[in-house]
Design a protein around this ligand. Structure first.
Ligand SMILES: Cc1cc2nc3c(=O)[nH]c(=O)nc-3n(C[C@H](O)[C@H](O)[C@H](O)COP(=O)(O)O)c2cc1C
Length: 179
């Protein structure tokens, strides 16, 4: 199988990125191919709703890093989104990339891919995970992705600390679970 893993944290020592790496480790150990895309440092423009793509033709007026990502996404069986929780939602970096899915919307719907959602948040309030997970679920349903797993790391401060929690092992095992 092929995986595309999109990360959305701006932090060098990102905990959501760390969980994504554990997921990747598990997937690679099972012989899967993985393409990782750092949404924060990539050059991806905002969708400007010009509708030149007609919501799925794949033709976008922007010529940027999304063109490369698009090829990998359309070849993938599983799309993984790993993001810090920012104001009860995804980071703007990863959301900006998802908005660009508009240009491949109908193509994605025809693929029936699987998706995985990984989040990291400072608060221990589980109510926040309900909010962000329902946004993810709505996106996945819209695009025809079958949810293949969600990991919400809560009460997280740093990589040293997250290593003391069950979340890295959960991410690794989730990555390894795909056959
Ligand atoms: C702009 C911003 C908004 C944030 N909003 C929330 C929030 O709504 N809830 C929360 O629990 N933590 C919030 N945090 C904390 C991050 O979610 C937390 O530090 C997370 O573990 C960072 O993930 P990362 O290590 O992958 O960057 C916010 C942090 C920033 C910088």
């Amino acid at each position: 199988m092929k995986f595309t893993v999109i990360t959305g944290s701006p932090r060098k020592y990102s905990t959501s990125n760390y969980l994504a790496d554990q997921f990747i480790k598990g997937a690679k150990e099972n012989g899967h191919r993985v393409y990782k895309f750092d949404a924060f440092s990539a050059n991806v423009n905002n969708c400007i709703a010009c509708n030149a793509c007609n919501m799925g033709s794949g033709v976008c007026i922007h010529k940027d890093d999304f063109e490369k990502l698009k090829k990998h996404i359309l070849e993938s069986d599983v799309i993984v989104f790993a993001t810090p929780v920012y104001y009860f939602g995804m980071s703007s970096s990863i959301k900006k990339v998802i908005d660009r899915f508009y240009s491949i919307d109908s193509q994605l719907k025809a693929l029936y891919n699987k998706s995985v959602f990984i989040t990291s948040q400072h608060s221990k309030a589980e109510g926040i995970t309900n909010i962000i997970n329902s946004h993810y679920s709505a996106i996945a349903n819209w695009l025809g992705f079958k949810n293949a797993g969600i990991i919400n790391a809560i009460g997280i401060e740093s990589i040293d600390q997250i290593k003391q929690t069950p979340y890295p092992k959960q991410a690794y095992e989730l990555g390894k679970s795909f056959q």
